[in-house]
Design a protein around this ligand. Sequence first.
Ligand code: PMP
Length: 384
Amino acid sequence: MKTKKLVMIPGPTPVVRSIQEQMGRETAAFGDPDFVRDFTSLLDDLKSLWKTTGEVFVVAGTGTLGMEMAVANSLRAGDRVLVVSHGYFGDRFSELCSRRGIEVDVLASEWGRIVPLEQIERALASKNYQAITVTHVDTSTGVCAPVAEIGQLLRRFPDTLYIVDGVCATAAEPEYVDDMGIDILLTGSQKAFGVPPGLAILWAGPKALARRASLGTIPDYYIDFDKWLPIMHEPAKYFATPAVNLVWALKEAVRLIKEEGLENRYARHRRTARAMQAALEALGFRVLAEADHRAVTLSNLIYPSGADDAAFRRLLAEEGVMVAGGLAAYAGRMFRLGHMGNIDAHDLVATLAAIERAAVRSGIPVELGTGLAALQRELVRAAG
Ligand code: PMP
């Protein structure tokens, strides 16, 4: 019999049945009054749950499109941006901006650590930056940036727009747009929302909208806020075809989020991450991110010495669990395990059991059951 495959990479994440069903519906005309009503209520929910008096955009694309949309609508050639980078995806903003003729200063941390707040503050005070970019959770390192604290210190620099990449964080880590001083938050559908890949979601607060207005006509077409705003206000209008089934899928994901409660969802992710990380440490893996700045959405696990990454991940796939490899200097030395979105204790236990089997089969010296025992203890403790 073919083994069921659990997608435990850091996105796409497992898609639950009720969301799958939305993908399988007969596609409607985007002007269909039922679809227009669904889209409108989704947009209202996204604005109220993430707390902005600004706007939200849901467009076909991926997280990278969201990054590009954020930059294109807030900066122009010759502007200066401060990129805070905790890894590969933080660095992505540098290339994206420099290709547009934007001057880029990068504050990069050693992988696994954060850029200290004081260093960010010093940089902001030293020059006039039109924007700062921060990756909430950098998927290459599993580091979670102190987004709220950075927002706090940015209150002293009102001319600097705060752009946050929430691709690996939104719907798992708190991100209250206006309260946290975030001007643009962007994400994708395929991670903590638990929707298949294909949607970019972007919130723009009042200051970001004012910045867009100040730019006049921009060279970009598909990602121009001004092209999409009329659609986000009245989805029956046409600019470019909405991804109808993905919109329904996201609406179902948001319904599940409301049912669970956003704060409860954040707390569940914290419990899950703690349990998985305790279990994997008990097996002899080391979490790359420093303890105070660990993501709840994924774990980046460094192998015990002598492990064979390719063999381990091949055998793990054979055992029915897909994980991702390490990036850049950590290729071959680390694997990345997603634990976000709509997964439950069954998924966690099955994943960890498969990791134990694959570890033993690939020659990593673990004692079967050690990780599971730690996981079980944490799950029981969390249940109270
Ligand atoms: N930012 C972060 C933090 C990511 O993890 C990713 C994807 N792994 C991206 C941006 C790019 O998103 P996408 O692959 O959906 O374009």
